[in-house]
Write a protein that binds this ligand. Structure first.
Ligand code: ZN
Ligand code: ZN
Length: 151
């Protein structure tokens, strides 16, 4: 039995479980922001708007570009609600590092697009892992279960 090859570059073999799930090698995956699909969070319920039960599930990516002189590098990475700041530790002071989305992203997003009406619902795959911290621009809001805004 032969190891399958990457369907994008047709060069590298797919040796890890993650590569086989993506049907792409890690080199290609890093270039276009692919990650293996995590388990779904959405309840098994029909669309709130049109009541159909057929959806496209997508891990959305952020798309951007960096221009350096004449060079134009497209940037693509999975979308997270926030990321953990990382710093270089100096002897007397520290400096915050540029964002490395896939290493420091927290709160991976998934969207369900209804095939009946196109309405789109967002879910967070790992909501349990999101810290509450002003450096992450996160805030805990709890309305309670009563009718009023506060318990
Ligand atoms: Zn490849
Ligand atoms: Zn719908």
């Amino acid at each position: 039995m032969t190891t399958p090859r990457c369907e994008l570059c047709n060069t590298h073999q797919l040796s890890t479980d993650a590569e086989q799930a993506m049907r792409a090698c890690q080199v290609c995956a890093d270039r276009i922001g692919l990650i293996p699909m995590p388990p779904s969070r959405r309840p098994r319920a029909p669309c709130d708007r049109c009541n159909k039960s057929s959806f496209i599930r997508v891990i959305p990516r952020e798309h951007s570009t960096t221009r350096v002189g004449d060079g134009n590098a497209q940037v693509s990475a999975p979308m997270y609600v926030t990321h953990m700041p990382d710093t270089y530790r100096g002897f007397f002071s520290s400096e915050v590092k540029p964002v490395a989305v896939e290493e420091s992203g927290i709160g991976l997003l998934e969207v369900y697009v209804c095939r009946g009406c196109g309405a789109t619902e967002w879910y967070c795959v790992d909501v349990e892992k999101i810290p509450i911290d002003p450096h992450l621009m996160t805030e805990l809001i709890e309305y309670g279960d009563g009718d009023g805004p506060y318990r």
